[in-house]
Design a protein around this ligand. Structure first.
Ligand code: NAD
Length: 317
């Protein structure tokens, strides 16, 4: 494999066979983002303002633990202090609120993330609103979510920004392109759609009540899929030459009986049709962690106000 020869901020890997699509390599991009931000982390540490991210976990959910371990490894590579604060599963909303307020008030804590899912019966929204927006490195506070409307690249939802970073890395010019986002969650689909609109892509959002999904996806120059359903997008649903970003994470059992992680697209079928595609694993996931760390750096530096012109491109080189 070789790094594709493009003059801009492009950072994609071309696979050996020329007929193959560009593989948007999330691990390589995550490393690139980390390298770009390394001088800023060093400057913060030298100035005594150490980036410190605290993940607040309620209960002992195994998947959450594994997810946070991945973040912890990412933080170590970035030189960002990372702590997991665990509350008992019996903690009520008031107790979680109190813990968030304590983290808001702690000057040593520069980033806070509230791990989901929360115990049954406890809503996430009110608690996410409790996080100081200046420390909200997941971009889930309404004040930060509002940045999506402005097309601001401040403390936005990490996965949505990861999608934009991967598209940016592909070198595609989004203006005037037809973009289709499948999935309309508050944390992925909707923010991605707003950010694509902000780049002047003509954007359609599909979801589980969309009548004929294929009719929409076949129009897409840029197809972003964030559903959580393995094999949802097949080759016949993809326009030849499309750029495909697969956000989905699905645990399936392979033909060999082994468990594996796949996305929402039938990768082997779709890849030959499109111009570029993210693999799963190794696509959106690693970039999401990198953006979480990047957001922690921004939060430690002092989050730019919403009317700030923004942080484009996401990585500087
Ligand atoms: P969600 O459950 O909140 O939303 C799923 C969305 O898919 C909804 O908008 C729903 O309407 C839509 N949908 C469901 N069935 C559909 C169908 N048959 N056709 C079209 N749309 C359909 O999920 P989410 O939090 O947005 O996550 C989506 C996927 O992305 C999951 O697999 C999740 O694990 C993954 N994810 C990955 C990362 C990462 O870093 N790679 C981060 C967040 C989420």
């Amino acid at each position: 494999m070789c790094i594709r020869d493009r003059p801009s901020a492009c950072y994609v890997i071309r696979m050996e066979t020329p007929d193959q699509p560009l593989q948007l390599d999330g691990r390589a991009l995550a490393t690139r983002i980390r390298d770009d931000y390394a001088p800023r982390v060093a400057a913060l540490r030298e100035s005594g303002r150490r980036p410190r991210l605290v993940a607040l976990r309620v209960g002992e959910d195994a998947a959450t633990k594994a997810y946070l371990r991945g973040q912890q490894r990412g933080a170590e590579k970035w030189g960002i202090e990372y702590d997991i604060q665990t509350l008992p599963a019996s903690t009520n909303e008031r107790g979680i609120r109190k813990a968030i307020r304590a983290l808001n008030a702690d000057p040593e804590v520069t980033g806070i993330m509230l791990a989901l899912p929360l115990p049954a019966g406890i809503g996430a929204r009110a608690l996410q609103r409790e996080i100081d927006p200046h420390k909200d490195v997941e971009g889930v506070h309404p004040e930060n979510l509002g940045g999506c409307l402005y097309g601001r690249y401040g403390l936005l939802p990490c996965t949505a920004l990861a999608v934009m970073a991967l598209l940016e890395s592909s070198g595609i010019e989004l203006q005037g392109k037809q973009a289709v986002v499948v999935g309309h969650s508050e944390i992925v689909g909707k923010p991605v759609a707003l950010l694509l609109l902000a780049q002047d892509a003509t954007t359609t959002v599909c979801h589980k009540f969309t009548g004929n999904l294929a009719e929409h996806t076949r129009t897409a120059d840029v197809l972003v899929v964030a559903v959580g359903k393995a094999g949802l997008i097949t080759a016949d649903m993809v326009k030849p030459g499309a750029y495909v970003v697969d956000v989905g994470i699905n645990a399936v059992t392979g033909d060999d009986g082994k468990h594996k992680i796949v996305g929402d697209t039938d990768y082997d079928g779709v890849a030959p049709v499109c111009a570029a595609i993210t693999p799963v694993p190794g696509g959106v996931g690693p970039v999401t962690v990198a953006i979480l760390m990047r957001n922690t750096v921004l939060a430690t530096e002092g989050m730019p106000p919403l009317d700030d012109p923004g942080q484009l491109p996401l990585f500087t080189a």
